[in-house]
Design a protein around this ligand. Structure first.
Ligand code: CP
Ligand code: NVA
Length: 331
């Protein structure tokens, strides 16, 4: 399978077979890392990481993966380049493509990463936009497959803001991998109709289903994975916290919900998470709204059923895979 020169902008751009292949390559890279096998395949390549939003996992994963592959890595933070304020996306893309072999972008509009890809003649990788978070979904599915041994007949249930970037990519990846997906949240935060219908059509081709519900009981009985994410994403108006808390409090992942599910059901979250008062945002919200845990309780987050740190580790192996495959010289 040849991915050379391709961009990684969203899950739906790839076939089920291509995504399956990526998971297999990620397992090989994970094994190399665990056994200390050097894989500095690209000593002559350099990549640039453009971040218009903050990050821990995505930035560090691209950096470590870049170094592991032997590459030079430049990180540009929101204030560190001319892009957007003094230079257009199109010009930035063409300049960076002259200097670098690949460009990662994290930011706001999906159209920015699409435009970078249009004007840069090197691979562009989406490290999160308001619309989707495709490298997260790859890591999530590697984690799910490692945990259960295979993906056959599994159901992933997403609770909360079911129309956010992480949910969009998880839904698309579920459809592509033939895994059932349930979006469970309030009517006001349900998935975008166009994306939902696209994913439902893909899921049908792969003998799985995508459903939208507000019924927690039904979901808990069938879910193998209970997944959630923050209730307010980066870039959203902080004034919306009160409304979101009201809308999403019933969908907080509690041990009561986990116990409605099968004993084998696991918990997942892309992180960062507000599960205690150890963050300044968590403390501010506690002061204002009285909640000491938001989208997931600390009990669930720290339980044996929580796969969150395995999931975080797998960001690096899957991001390395995306870079390796798209930068790879044709054989
Ligand atoms: N999950 C994730 O993308 O984390 P960061 O925001 O830390 O990159
Ligand atoms: N939905 C979250 C994901 C962070 C990794 C956000 O966009 O802030």
């Amino acid at each position: 399978m040849d991915f050379t020169g391709r961009d990684f902008l969203q899950i739906l751009d790839f076939s089920s077979e291509e995504l399956r292949y990526m998971l297999e390559v990620a397992k090989i890279f994970k094994n190399y890392k665990k056994t200390g096998q050097s894989h500095k395949y690209f000593p002559d390549k350099n990549i640039v990481l453009l971040f218009e939003k903050t990050s821990t996992r995505t930035r560090c994963s691209f950096e470590v993966a870049g170094y592991d592959l032997g590459m030079g890595v430049t990180y540009l933070d929101p204030a560190g380049s001319q892009m957007g304020h003094k230079e257009s996306i199109a010009d930035t893309a063409q300049v960076l493509a002259k200097l670098y072999d690949g460009i990662e972008y994290r930011g706001f509009a999906q159209k920015t990463v699409d435009e970078l890809a249009k004007y840069a003649d090197v691979p562009v990788w989406n490290g999160l936009t308001d619309y989707c978070h495709p490298t997260q979904a790859l890591a999530d599915f590697l984690t799910i497959e490692e945990h259960f041994g295979n993906l056959d007949g599994l159901t992933v249930a997403y609770l909360g803001d079911t129309r956010n970037n992480v949910a969009n990519s998880l839904m698309a990846m579920s459809a592509k991998m033939g895994v059932n997906y349930i979006a469970c949240g309030p009517e006001a935060l349900k998935p975008d109709t166009k994306l939902l219908e696209q994913c439902q059509a893909v899921a049908a081709e792969n003998d799985s289903s995508i459903t939208v519900t507000s019924d927690l009981q039904a979901l808990a009985e069938t879910a193998d994975v209970i997944y959630t994410d923050v209730w307010l994403s980066m870039g959203e108006d902080k004034a919306k916290w009160g409304e979101r808390i009201e809308q999403l409090k019933p969908y907080q992942v509690t041990m009561e919900i986990m116990n409605l599910a099968k004993p084998t059901t696991v918990f997942m979250h892309p992180l960062p998470s507000f599960h205690n008062l150890e963050t300044s945002v968590g403390r501010d919200i506690h002061e204002k709204y009285g909640l000491s845990e938001l989208e997931v309780t600390n009990e669930v987050f720290t339980s044996e059923r929580s796969l969150v740190f395995e999931e975080a580790e797998n960001r690096m192996h899957t991001i390395k895979t995306v870079m390796y495959l798209t930068l790879k010289a044709k054989e």
